[in-house]
Design a protein. Sequence first.
Length: 141
Amino acid sequence: MSKLDKQFLEDRELRNAALAALKDDITHLKTGLSGKGLAERTVRRIGTGAKDALGDAGEAASDNRGIIAALFGAIALWFARGPILEGLGLELIGADEDGEDLEDDTLDDGEAIAEIEIAAEDAALSPEDALSETIRGDDND
């Protein structure tokens, strides 16, 4: 066998090895980019991130036990504010006799404009005059 034939066979073997490596890489890439592969990686990353965050939160909580106890105490006082204020003879601001929150009686912009226009029609005034009377409190209601 001549030197040229040996070189040809070696080159062919190198080419076949490179082609096999390329095909393996393509197969690996297709598997990694498939829906199942992406979902598994996403779940794994989220799980790892959640575990890290939980570990950090646990360390922070153990370092700041007093602050966390104060936070839970403040939350408990907030939920028990009605009976506590009642025991002290005070009322909740914005609550009726039953301790229920009162509804907000303020008007939104659309309702206020409608009331001014109705007042203007009733008094045969322009909306600007009705507005000024409403602000001054000159209406007859």
